[in-house]
Design a protein around this ligand. Structure first.
Ligand code: NDP
Ligand code: 13P
Length: 347
C-alpha cells in the first residue's frame, strides 16, 4: 500500500495530478518553491498562478521543504520542467526511499546530454530500484483535468507491477489510465509532440487552413516515430495516447502553451518575448533543439523539426520554412519501410 504520496512541483500539471490523487482519497504533499505559494495552497486552497479559479481539495498540503516532501514517501510524482529535473533529482537523493515508486510526468529531454527524463533520474538516483520508475504521459491539459473533464493517459514502466501501481494510484471515473511497457516510446512521444504543437500554432497563425494542419500532424507523427524507433521505441506506441493522442490535444487546443507560442511567433512576436509573456513552461522550444541534435546523432530525417529549428533559432521566416517543406524532393509516404515493401503494391 502506498501510504505517503508526494508531488514535485506545484506548477499547472503537478497541481492537476495532485487533485486527481486527492479525488482518489489520497493525502498529498505538494512541493512548491516559494513560501507565498505554500501559504496560498494551505490557507486558501488555491494556486491561482497555475490553476485559476479552482478550489483545491483540503487533502492537498503544500511544503517548501524537499526533505519533508520526499522523506518516507512511498510514491513521488516528479512534474518539474525538464530543465530542472537533474537538479531536483539530485536534491532528493539523500531523502528518498530506495523502493519508492517514482513516477515522472515531464515532457522533454535534457538539453545538452539529450537524455530522456528516466535516464536523468536513474543517473541522479542510483540507489533507487530502476524497475520502480514510471512515466505518465498522454493528452491531458491541466486546465481540463482540474475541472474533472474525461481524460485518458498512459503509464509506462519496465516492470508491469510498477505500471499497475501507478495505474491504481491515479485511475478514477474521469481519469482513465492505461499501461504500456515501452518507456522509451512514451517518453519520446511526449517530448516530441510539443515540436509539432508549436508548428500547429504557427500554421494556424499563418491561416494555412485545415489541410495544412492535418498534414503537419500526420507527417509530424511520421518523423516522431522515425526518431523514436531509431532510439529503441516500439513503433506502435506512436499510434497510442502518448503519440497521436497527445498530438491531437496539443495541435488543436488553445490550452496548449506550445500551440500559443507558435501562434504568437507567426504574428511576428520575438521568441524571447513570447517565452517571457507566457509565464509558464513551453517545453517545445528546447525540445526542438534537442530533437534536431538527436536527428543528426541517429541520422534520421526530420524535416519539420529542422524547419522549426531554423525558424526558432536561425531567424528563418515561417512562410519560407513552409515553402521549403512543401518543395522537398518527392518521396513515398512510407519512406522508412524497407524498399521491397514500398514497391510491393505495384508488382
Ligand atoms: N500543463 C499541462 O497541461 C501539462 C504539462 N506537462 C508537462 O509537465 C511539466 C511541467 O509543466 P507545467 O506544470 O505545465 O509547468 P508550469 O509552467 O505550469 O509550472 C512550472 C513549475 O515548475 C517549477 N519550476 C520551474 N523551474 C524549475 C526548476 N528549475 N526546478 C524545479 N522547479 C521548477 C515552477 O516553480 P515556480 O512557480 O517557483 O517558478 C512551477 O511550479 C512539463 O514538462 C510539461 O510539458 C505534461 C502534461 C500536461
Ligand atoms: O502536454 C500537454 C497536454 O497533453 C500540455 O501541452 P502544453 O505544454 O503545450 O500546454
Amino acid at each position: 500500500m502506498l501510504k505517503k504520496v508526494s508531488v514535485l512541483v506545484a506548477g499547472s500539471w503537478g497541481t492537476a495530478l495532485a487533485s486527481v490523487l486527492a479525488e482518489n482519497g489520497r493525502h498529498v504533499l505538494l512541493w512548491a518553491r516559494s513560501e507565498e505559494q505554500v501559504q496560498e495552497i494551505n490557507d486558501k486552497h488555491t494556486n491561482h498562478r497555475y490553476v485559476k479559479d479552482v478550489v483545491l481539495s483540503p487533502l492537498i498540503k503544500a511544503t517548501s521543504s524537499l526533505q519533508e516532501a520526499v522523506e518516507d514517501a512511498d510514491a513521488v510524482i516528479m512534474v518539474v520542467p525538464s530543465s530542472g529535473m537533474r537538479d531536483v533529482a539530485s536534491q532528493i537523493r539523500p531523502f528518498l526511499k530506495a523502493d519508492a515508486l517514482l513516477i515522472h510526468a515531464t515532457k522533454g529531454f535534457e538539453a545538452g546530454s539529450l537524455k530522456r527524463m528516466s535516464e536523468v533520474m536513474a543517473e541522479e538516483l542510483p540507489e533507487c530500484d530502476p524497475t520502480r520508475f514510471v512515466v505518465l504521459s498522454g493528452p491531458s491539459h491541466a486546465e481540463e483535468v482540474v475541472l474533472k473533464r474525461p481524460t485518458t493517459v498512459v503509464v509506462a514502466a519496465q516492470d508491469l507491477q510498477a505500471a499497475e501501481a501507478a495505474q491504481d494510484l491515479f485511475i478514477n471515473g474521469y481519469f482513465r489510465v492505461y499501461t504500456n511497457a515501452d518507456v522509451t516510446g512514451v517518453e519520446v512521444a511526449g517530448a516530441l509532440k510539443n515540436i509539432i504543437g508549436l508548428g500547429a500554432g504557427l500554421t494556424d497563425g499563418l491561416n494555412f487552413g485545415d489541410n495544412a494542419k492535418a498534414a503537419l500532424v500526420t507527417r509530424g507523427l511520421a518523423e516522431i516515430a522515425r526518431l523514436g524507433t531509431a532510439m529503441g521505441a516500439n513503433p506502435l506506441t506512436f499510434a497510442g495516447l502518448a503519440g497521436i493522442g497527445d498530438l491531437i490535444a496539443t495541435c488543436t487546443s488553445k490550452h496548449s502553451r506550445n500551440w500559443r507560442a507558435g501562434n504568437q511567433i507567426a504574428q511576428g512576436i520575438p521568441l524571447s518575448q513570447v517565452l517571457n509573456d507566457m509565464g509558464m513552461v513551453v517545453e517545445g522550444v528546447k525540445t526542438t533543439k534537442a530533437a534536431y541534435e538527436l536527428a543528426n546523432r541517429f541520422e534520421v530525417e526530420m524535416p519539420i523539426t529542422r524547419e522549426l529549428h531554423n525558424v526558432l533559432f536561425e531567424d528563418k521566416s515561417p512562410r519560407l520554412a513552409a515553402m521549403d517543406l512543401m518543395g522537398r524532393v518527392r518521396t513515398h509516404e512510407m519512406e522508412e519501410l524497407p524498399s521491397d515493401t514500398l514497391t510491393n503494391g505495384w508488382k
